[in-house]
Design a protein around this ligand. Structure first.
Ligand SMILES: [Zn+2]
Length: 92
């Protein structure tokens, strides 16, 4: 993650350790994926054996980890970073 926004120059790390909270954001997203995949497997695939649940969830979470990591940070920045976009402060 770059230190500053390449367009407006915003410093992304609002304070020291700001993104620790992003772990909880990505954890929440992961839980949402696990519950969704679990419900889909249960209802659409008629409750397959446990190894299918574990394999499917582990595979999907592993594939989505980079996205969850970034979206956790973005959510942290939007919810707690006091950041809002205004085009008039954009660098030329
Ligand atoms: Zn920016």
């Amino acid at each position: 993650m770059p230190e500053h926004c390449p367009v407006c120059g915003l410093r992304y790390e609002r304070e020291l350790g700001f993104y620790w909270g992003a772990m909880y954001m990505s954890y929440g997203l992961s839980v949402g994926i696990v519950v969704t995949v679990g419900l889909l497997l249960y209802h659409v695939f008629n409750d397959p054996p446990t190894w299918v649940y574990l394999t499917a969830v582990a595979t999907i979470i592993t594939v989505f980890t980079p996205i969850l990591f970034r979206y956790g940070r973005v959510m942290m920045l939007y919810f707690f970073g006091s950041v809002s976009f205004d085009v008039k402060y954009r660098k030329p």
